[in-house]
Design a binder for this molecule. Structure first.
Ligand SMILES: Cc1cc2nc3c(=O)[nH]c(=O)nc-3n(C[C@H](O)[C@H](O)[C@H](O)COP(=O)(O)O)c2cc1C
Length: 509
């Protein structure tokens, strides 16, 4: 708000001076001269900014241009295949589907199909009929009493707080109308999540919504909410790809009465999300926690989400599953390229395994220990298009989630301001003025449209591949070029035979 007032004052002052100069040119130019002289003097004597001391007046240009550099880059410089983290082609793909505008693409691909790492799918001479019904996947292993039938494409975890209340409402309504799920993120379940969409309640290290005063897990509070009818599944968040091994602080300034109530914390205090869980600190403990949550929720599917760090740690969890017979109902795999509201740059850039390798590793490990039959693999990370879903399922995922794709459907323009509370589209901010720009009654339809149109496209690819059942998807159907060699994924990443790791003393993937 202060920024807006300051901006309005400066603009009014400049406009006033220009009008004044037009009407009384001599006085106007004199005043302009005096103002510029004063700014120049200030620049020379201030000690904070070297550029301004060395280049008085001119140096301000740099700061002004820096302020709008993401927009300049996006509007004037970026190509269709540029743009980070999400290029313009992908953003347009999402916008077009969200707005039901256009599904075809003119004049051929703009992609360099000969470049290293290029991927494509194998189609069939004998395509099948395009199915009318969206396929669904049952989640829930042998210990689950309330299995959930999930869509192939859902809303990935993003908390109220990271996203505005309007954004959460639009996502939830979209999920309800489109019959897919909405993951709450680790910030707890708010009223904005309760418009009727199916929820996956995510429990992070802060145990928001089910925590004791000391910040530990509170079974009683968990039990009450886990049994709400809209809560369909429970997801223990171990880590997310953009900041694995890093916790977070909800600063006192953001911790208002509303957020405090939802999260179950003291308002106007700093609240810590530690990097790790206090409810467990080893593989057995994690599985015990899975079992406890399943019992407290009366048998709803319980899983965990992680970004892969140490392969050995994950393999140890699999070994313990075999040993104890306790298994999660699903595992969500996130990649290092994943998104976040805010994270330290070293964690975003250099911690965690990239998505494709992580997904392949998890699927192979579960197959190797003969666990895949009971555990569904959910995955997120840059799954924006029908081809992305197709590829993930061919690698071995069962269903996909999207976070940033859904944000773009809501109107996000990739302004890269999620961590400043100044998101211009009202998606990732709690600034009332900015958030009011996001009209829930319009935007929920875009979320639903994007999800459905992408699944429609998926069904067309599925038919083009000659498939009738999801179980037919496999690694031979995706090709890629590595070191100038073109092979299918089944050659680059051969599937591990079911139970193969059970026969070995120690696994070395
Ligand atoms: C604004 C924002 C907030 C997020 N908050 C959470 C969260 O609370 N819990 C979580 O597990 N992941 C969180 N994520 C990660 C996403 O759920 C997802 O795993 C990741 O962004 C990869 O998916 P994408 O490429 O579709 O964005 C967040 C991502 C974004 C962009």
């Amino acid at each position: 708000m202060r920024e807006a007032i300051r901006f309005t004052l400066i603009v009014s002052l400049i406009v006033g001076l220009i009008i004044f100069t037009i009407v009384w040119p001599v006085w106007g130019f004199s005043i302009f001269g005096i103002v510029l002289f004063a700014i120049g003097l200030y620049d020379i004597f201030q000690k904070e900014h070297t550029i301004l001391r060395n280049f008085p007046l001119l140096g301000h240009m740099r700061y002004m241009l820096e302020l709008i550099s993401p927009e300049i880059h996006q509007y004037f410089i970026e190509n269709d295949t540029d743009g980070k983290p999400i290029d313009r082609n992908h953003r347009s793909y999402i916008y077009q589907r969200a707005k039901l505008q256009k599904e075809t693409h003119p004049f051929g691909t703009q992609l360099n199909v000969e470049e290293e790492n290029f991927k494509w799918m194998r189609h069939s001479i004998y395509p099948t009929k395009v199915q009318k019904e969206y396929p669904r996947v049952n989640i829930g292993g042998p210990d689950c009493e309330q299995t959930y039938s999930a869509s192939l494409f859902n809303i990935s975890a993003m908390s109220f707080g990271a996203l505005s209340k309007n954004a959460i409402e639009a996502l939830n309504k979209g999920a309800k109308e489109g019959n897919f799920f909405h993951d709450t993120g680790e910030g707890g379940i708010s009223d904005y999540h309760r418009l009727g969409g199916d929820l996956v309640w995510e429990i992070g290290t802060g145990y928001f919504g089910c925590r004791t005063e000391e910040g530990n897990f509170d079974p009683e509070q968990f039990k009450e909410k886990a049994n709400w009818p809209e809560v369909k599944m429970i997801e223990i968040k171990i880590s997310q790809g953009a900041k694995p091994g890093h916790g977070g602080v909800l600063p006192a300034s953001k911790n208002n009465n509303e957020i405090a109530k939802i999260r179950g914390v003291e308002p106007h205090t700093d609240v810590l999300s530690p990097p790790g869980h206090t409810a467990f600190n080893n593989a057995e403990g994690l599985l015990g926690f899975v079992e406890q949550l399943r019992a407290l929720s009366n048998g709803k599917p319980v899983g965990f989400k992680l970004s892969i760090g140490s392969k050995d740690e994950f393999l140890e969890i699999c070994e313990k599953m075999v040993e104890t017979g306790i298994k999660p109902d699903f595992i969500t795999v996130d990649g290092a390229e994943g998104g976040t509201g805010a994270a330290p740059i070293d964690f975003s850039n250099y911690v965690g395994m990239p998505w494709e390798k992580a997904l392949i590793f998890v699927v192979d490990a579960l197959n190797g220990f003969d666990l895949k039959k009971d555990i569904k693999v959910v995955t997120a990370t840059k799954i924006f298009t029908a081809f992305d879903i197709f590829k993930a399922l061919c690698i071995g995922a069962d269903i996909c989630n999207s976070a940033r794709g859904m944000m773009l459907a809501l109107g996000c323009i990739q302004a890269l301001r999620c961590d400043t509370n100044k998101c211009p589209t009202g998606v990732a901010t709690n600034d009332r003025r900015l958030m009011n720009g996001l009209v829930v009654a319009d935007k929920w339809k875009r979320v639903k449209n994007y999800q459905q149109q992408t699944l429609d496209d998926f069904l067309e690819l599925f038919a083009a591949a000659g498939c009738e059942r999801l179980s037919e998807l496999n690694r031979t159907m995706i090709n890629k070029k590595i070191n100038d060699k073109i092979e299918s994924y089944s050659v680059f990443y051969p599937s591990v035979a079911t139970g193969a790791y059970l026969k070995e003393e120690r696994v070395a993937p």
